[in-house]
Design a protein around this ligand. Structure first.
Ligand code: FEO
Length: 393
């Protein structure tokens, strides 16, 4: 266990081996953070994925006899946090499961058990002895059931998925690992998990704006405890929730016989020459969750594919499905690619960018078979448009 402050401990599970979290690539693993508050009524905030139960229990046992736990707060139904509640209740059957109204519905659907639920709403408080815990419902950050718990006397916020990162480490605090790494991981996490719910994030931030926060203890990754780091991550969440674009260009493509790749490379070189930050992502070797992590900082997204069997490549189809779900609004889009004898399939590129909330910068550039030097030179037109956008807006 790790002491966060007197009476509050991290008792989670470090998932060193995790490499995919339902499709989100996690090369650095993850953690599921459970927190024990030692008070007159010992209280556990969230549990861990089912296979981390034994490790969580060992950590709890370093502090108290787990049979003494009075409340298990389930801030979020998703099973990376609720997956050990059932086993834990077999040790402390008197414990109440504290959750939101949607949390109760979700937990009943997942576990088919008639646990002793204590349902709370926004503004409700639970006295556990010397401390009062206050609840803030945060629907869709990340599921309809999500809520945050705030320890009033400690000024500590437990916002579950919000402000988290998929990152496994022995260090528990963001500044111990290096704030740039923590921010980079939090950026990828927001882009892949939270991005579609900007409106709900803004409401949650508004609800939390009046409270003093000395530490943010999320359910994944590192804890934010330095004032400047707390301010920085909250300010980034505001920016992301408002879908504020960055200043870079992301070129995403796949290729069959290198024609689309030639176009992507020329676009990259032309944009780079203008001193505009540009990132080239080949879907053959860049995971879609890493592409999304780049797009959150972009103003322009360019997508390119060849045509195969009258359709775009399946890798691009998968990326666009993901993009349409995450909807990074307020960006400009551009489409390109090469084709042999039919180009109707490119409409999917264009429609997908529009459905993702992007405005197309210009008509797509589609080249028959292999581009020649004149056609490649023609890509300068679109780069000029990008230059104007970067200068003027
Ligand atoms: Fe970490 Fe939405 O669960």
């Amino acid at each position: 266990m790790v002491k966060i402050k007197e009476g509050i401990y991290w008792t989670g599970y470090i998932d060193w081996d995790l490499r995919s979290f339902h499709g989100y690539s996690t090369p650095s693993g993850s953690t599921y953070n459970a927190y024990l508050i030692l008070d007159e009524q010992p209280t556990l905030l969230d549990t861990v994925k089912h296979y981390g139960y034994d490790e969580m229990l060992l950590r709890i046992k370093e502090i108290i006899d787990p049979s003494k736990i009075k409340y298990i707060i389930s801030n979020h139904t998703e099973m990376d946090h609720s997956g050990s509640i059932e086993k834990l209740l077999s040790i402390c059957p008197q414990a109440q499961v504290v959750c939101s109204p949607k949390g109760e519905e979700g937990l009943r659907r997942h576990f088919k058990k008639n646990w002793d639920f204590k349902v709370v709403n926004s503004g409700d408080t639970l006295n556990i002895g010397r401390r009062n815990l206050k609840f803030f419902l945060m629907p869709m950050v990340h599921w309809p059931d999500s809520m945050a718990t705030y320890s009033v006397e400690d000024n500590i916020l437990f916002p579950n998925d919000a402000f988290g990162q998929h990152f496994a480490s022995y260090e528990r605090f963001a500044e111990e690992i290096g704030i740039d790494i923590a921010i980079k991981e939090a950026t990828k996490y927001y882009a892949n998990i939270v991005m579609p719910y900007g409106g709900q994030v803004l409401k949650a931030l508004e609800a939390l704006s009046g409270i003093k926060i000395d530490a943010i203890c999320p359910s994944h990754g590192l804890i934010w405890r330095r004032k400047e780091d707390i301010e920085r991550i909250i300010s980034l969440y505001k920016k992301w929730a408002n879908y504020e674009p960055g200043k870079s260009v992301v070129i995403v493509y796949d290729t069959m016989w290198h024609s689309t790749q030639m176009m992507a490379n020329v676009l990259y070189e032309l944009i780079d020459k203008e001193n505009i930050a540009v990132k080239l992502c080949n879907l053959q070797n860049t995971h879609i969750s890493d592409v999304i992590a780049e797009i959150i900082s972009a103003k322009v997204v360019m997508v390119g594919s060849p045509i195969l069997n009258n359709k775009i490549l399946p890798s691009m189809g998968a990326f666009l499905t993901y993009l349409k779900g995450l909807k990074p609004k307020n960006r400009y889009g551009f489409t390109f690619g090469s084709y042999g004898w039919a180009k109707a399939g490119f409409k999917e590129l264009e429609d997908s960018l529009k459905e993702s909330g992007m405005e197309l910068l210009a008509e797509g550039k589609y080249i028959n078979y292999v581009p020649d030097s004149i056609e490649l030179d023609g890509l300068k037109e679109i780069v000029d448009k990008i230059k104007n956008i970067m200068l003027n807006k």
